[in-house]
Design a protein around this ligand. Structure first.
Ligand SMILES: C[S@@+](CC[C@H](N)C(=O)[O-])C[C@H]1O[C@@H](n2cnc3c(N)ncnc32)[C@H](O)[C@@H]1O
Length: 297
């Protein structure tokens, strides 16, 4: 069968190529794109990237944003991994710079996300207690409207080795709209349907990513696909444009492609970008195969 070719036309693209200067932080360039399905991944510092997109779209561009920012928790604590005691060290990007500077960073990236949301768009931000209270405060400072805080409960968390704390088994996800005037989308019926006909509660029990989700490599804070799929299903419709400023292994992008939404992501780390590209390519392949199957029926 002949491979279908498509021409990239940036004038008509839902998300045209964003051209930026490289900086001391990052080369700031597009490393993967598929205009047909609507997938764009940038090797970029999200602050610089968002400033550039704001200059092009000052009234907003994205229907929904999911952000999983640095948690600022890699500071020599211990945790349990595969039955062994290990240091919490997820990477340089996760080191704390102190509460004031951490909060300043959260305020800076959130203020840009707010500008980039369409008037009725919403943002979801996940985090542990190390970061989530600062995120919630910054949202209030910016005049966003907090819609819900979701507790993501992990049914099989690693045990607490020190036995001086409760086992850490939850993360919080704040869901907020651009401002008080926004008329946010909530797909109430769809949430009820996937919850066996009952109203969906704000506590979601979802296991950590399984082996299949990590078959192309590991990211230390990779989110489960099921979590992102629920978030996307709750707050967007098909063909909506979703942005993730801290893409990591691009779980948001994988979920977006599977649910027929469009995705823009940026990430600083080259290793996570190559992991992302493998995951995005494989998901696109699966989607094209399922299209062909449906067309052949
Ligand atoms: C908590 S992880 C995101 C994990 C992701 N949700 C997933 O499922 O794989 C945060 C990511 O943000 C990246 N990062 C940190 N600072 C950044 C910045 N200023 N711009 C873009 N990416 C950044 C890190 O390299 C890291 O991969």
């Amino acid at each position: 069968m002949k491979k279908k070719k498509y021409k990239i036309n940036d004038e008509e693209s839902v998300f045209p190529l964003i051209v930026m200067e490289s900086s001391e932080y990052s080369p700031n360039k597009c490393v993967f794109r598929n205009d047909e399905l609507g997938v764009w991944l940038y090797h970029a510092n999200c602050i610089e990237f968002m400033d550039r997109v704001i200059s092009k779209y000052p009234t907003g561009k994205f229907d929904m944003i999911f952000a999983d920012p640095p948690y600022f928790l890699s500071n020599g604590g211990i945790t349990c991994h595969a039955g062994k005691m290990v240091k919490v060290d997820k990477g340089e990007w996760d080191k704390s710079k102190g509460p004031e500077l951490n909060h300043e960073f959260n305020y800076e990236w959130l203020s840009r996300c707010q500008k980039l949301l369409k008037p009725n768009g919403t943002i979801w931000v996940s985090g542990t207690h190390h970061v989530i209270h600062s995120v919630g405060y910054a949202m209030q400072q910016l005049g966003m409207k907090i819609l819900n805080d979701i507790t993501w409960e992990k049914p099989n968390p690693p045990p607490n080795l020190s036995c001086r704390y409760f086992t850490h088994s939850t993360e919080l996800i704040i869901w907020a709209s651009k401002n008080e005037k926004s008329k946010h989308r909530f797909n109430y019926e769809q949430m009820k349907k996937i919850n066996n006909g009952k109203q969906m509660k704000s506590v979601w029990i979802i296991p950590a990513p399984n082996g299949d989700e990590k078959k192309f490599g590991k990211h230390p804070t990779q989110k489960p696909l099921k979590l992102l799929e629920r978030i996307i299903l709750a707050s967007t419709i098909e063909n909506d444009l979703i942005f993730d400023p801290f893409a990591g292994s691009s779980t948001t992008g994988v979920a977006a492609i599977r649910l027929n939404r469009k995705f823009v992501g940026c990430e600083l780390d080259e290793n996570y970008l190559s992991l992302s590209i493998k995951r995005l390519e494989s998901t696109i392949k699966e989607r094209i195969t399922s299209f062909k199957f449906i067309e052949s029926l």
